[in-house]
Design a protein around this ligand. Sequence first.
Ligand code: SF4
Length: 391
Amino acid sequence: MVIKDKPSTSVPLPTLERFRQVNYAFPKTEQILEHQRQGGKVFGWLCTYVPEEIMHAAGILPVRVTGYSQEMELEDGNAYMYINNCSFSRSCLQMGLRGEYQFLDGMVAGSTCDGARRLFDLWQYYIKTPFAHMLTIPRKFTEKAHDLYYQQVVQFQEHLEEFLGQQIADEQLRHSIEVFNRARALLRQLYELRKADAPPISGAETMEVLNASFRMPKELFNQWLEKLLAELGRTGNRHQGRARLMVVGSVMNNPEFVKSIEAQGGLMVADELCTSTRYWSDPVVLEEGQSPVAAISRRYLNNFPCARMVPSDERFNRILNLVKDFKVDGVISQIIRYCVPYAHDLPLLRDRLKEVGVPVLALDVEYGTSGSGQIQTRVQAFLEMLEARKR
Ligand code: SF4
């Protein structure tokens, strides 16, 4: 329901500020440095098909490797990587080449797409973290694909055990599953609040929480998110907009991009990104008598799918469910140039959304864009069109 001319109310949320501080200091956050001071190892991971619980169970702090939080000249990234690789992969590479991730003890990636694969190859060759591992990720959800992915996760665990000189026990894996499922449940609670006509948290604020979720120890993140949920319950914050929007597409984790859309009156109430809903949506379900590794691998391959997965219907159906559940008026698709998986899916997704009467604004972007100039003009026109449809 579009609510017009009612100002949003927003009192400060102390815990949100703490999440912002983590993101501001990233990659060298106090939590990461403290973990290393305590003798712990920190591993970088590149894609949501990398099973974090395996690293966590070994006492490692897994952090997500992301690029610059704003659009940057990528002279070093471009020098080592063909320009027709997405700017996300080139931005990450440049940060690596300039030593911003020097503290990492390991790097783990998935064979998601050409950009991610090339990034991993160059990272291994030029940045040389002590441990490096690439998981082969099938593109299907068949039992054969699950068998392949299960073998990949087992190989990853064995390689890690060899590197660390220690076994990862099932008990430790069960505990890590609990910790990560708790984070997923708390993030689901946070998203439930966004279904309200006037949610207590904006899309940009939510993205600050999401960014911190893969940049700090999960146990501490869970404690903070419990606090934030309590604060949100106490404050009367009400975010209102001219239209309820959902963002889909390539990897995007810049709150400024969402803020620029919300500054024009579009309220971001849902999203389908590998840095948001697709990161937390599915819990690991450990069946009676099932090995934790089998449960972990099944969850990661069946999780809310990336556009690289086939058939695409699984992803489209989940997006349509989010549109219905969050009462979305319009979808903003933001695709990084040369991001083949998402560019390929867009025309098909647009048709599925058209069938349910939901318009799509398709934006070609670079990673880190904050959404200025031409993007703002197009968002403005999109919001006017959505409002006109309501009259
Ligand atoms: S943005 Fe697209 S091309 Fe780049 S790593 Fe992600 S899926 Fe691959």
